[in-house]
Design a protein around this ligand. Structure first.
Ligand SMILES: NC(=O)c1ccc[n+]([C@@H]2O[C@H](COP(=O)([O-])OP(=O)(O)OC[C@H]3O[C@@H](n4cnc5c(N)ncnc54)[C@H](O)[C@@H]3O)[C@@H](O)[C@H]2O)c1
Length: 278
């Protein structure tokens, strides 16, 4: 019998603990919640991170905690000129961006009949325009180098109708399709573009939907999210728990790594089965 050949280096991947060593990532909405968890997951894999957020406190704290690995900048993703200036400055001073993760997002819940113009525009300005601004700025630079990975954190609401979430769901669906089209344009130039679509995740955004007095993580509001609510056409979460931010960050860390080198235009649902992927 012929001896088994040693695995070719073509098929080897770096150990997960340092698999992003030498890479530089831009993360938006990094000051708390899922964005903060993404920063932690990337740093744990050896990545340097430019952590940005419209509010300075959270990203400044991350830069202090991870001195040498995390640089903090205030960035409002709705401001296209500020995004382009930050990306240009980062490439000059920190180096080439290998990874960009669009996490910044807002949620304003309202029935459509009561939704204001301002709610609609603000939702799209962050969740859709912001993804466009950041992705456009990094995409050309990555494509010129023939390598890069962009992940947009969308929502499972992009794929299933939800009451009181029309603006949010539509803005997220737009960001998913935008990211897929970008991925198609950039695939021949070595840049992968994917989306992660979380379900209910234990962050301030999620707790903000719960009635006052029920906003603790194992209280009645949380239990209703898990059990489902037929009155609002929600089937609940089959895995029986609400996600922690780290659950979403793990999916992002995988998609930006070389372990996902043949994955692009993908929308990875991390929702415990809540949408039944139907
Ligand atoms: N928490 C959930 O249940 C859930 C579910 C599905 C999708 N998501 C999505 O995940 C992402 C992160 O959500 P989260 O739960 O961590 O929310 P969060 O509200 O806890 O954090 C959002 C962060 O984005 C920042 N941000 C808001 N507007 C910004 C702007 N214009 N520019 C830059 N930063 C801005 C905020 O300052 C904040 O730090 C969002 O895109 C959200 O839509 C969250």
């Amino acid at each position: 019998m012929a001896p088994r050949s040693a695995p070719s280096s073509r098929h080897s991947v770096a150990p997960a603990d340092q698999e992003l060593a030498g890479r530089l990532a831009l993360v938006t909405g990094a000051g708390r919640g899922i964005g903060e968890a993404v920063v932690r997951a990337l740093v744990a894999r050896g990545c340097r991170v430019l952590a940005t957020d419209a509010a300075p406190e959270g990203v400044d704290a991350l830069a202090r905690e991870y001195e040498g690995s995390v640089v903090a900048r205030t960035l409002d993703v709705t401001d296209a000129a500020a995004v382009e200036a930050l990306v240009a400055d980062a490439e000059d001073t920190l180096g080439a961006l290998d990874i960009a993760v669009n996490v910044a997002g807002i949620l304003r819940c309202s029935p459509v009949t009561e939704l204001t113009d301002e709610d609609w525009r603000a939702t799209f300005a962050v969740n859709t325009d912001g993804v466009f601004h950041v992705s456009r700025s990094v995409a050309g630079r990555m494509a010129d180098r023939g390598a890069g990975s962009i992940v947009t954190v969308a929502s499972n609401a992009a794929g299933i109708p939800r009451t009181t979430m029309a603006a949010y769901a539509a803005s997220k669906a737009a960001s998913v399709m935008f990211t897929k089209c970008l991925g198609l344009e950039l695939a021949p130039r070595g840049v992968r573009c994917n989306t992660v679509s979380p379900g209910s995740t234990l962050t301030d955004m999620q707790r903000g939907m719960w009635p006052a007095g029920e906003a603790h993580d194992d209280g009645p509001a949380a239990r209703r999210v898990i059990a489902g609510d037929l009155a609002s056409y929600r089937t609940g979460i089959p895995l029986g728990r609400i996600a922690e931010p780290a659950d979403i960050a793990e999916a992002v860390a995988f998609l930006v790594s070389d372990r996902a080198r043949h994955i692009t235009l993908h929308d990875l649902y991390v929702d415990g089965g809540a949408t039944l992927r139907a």
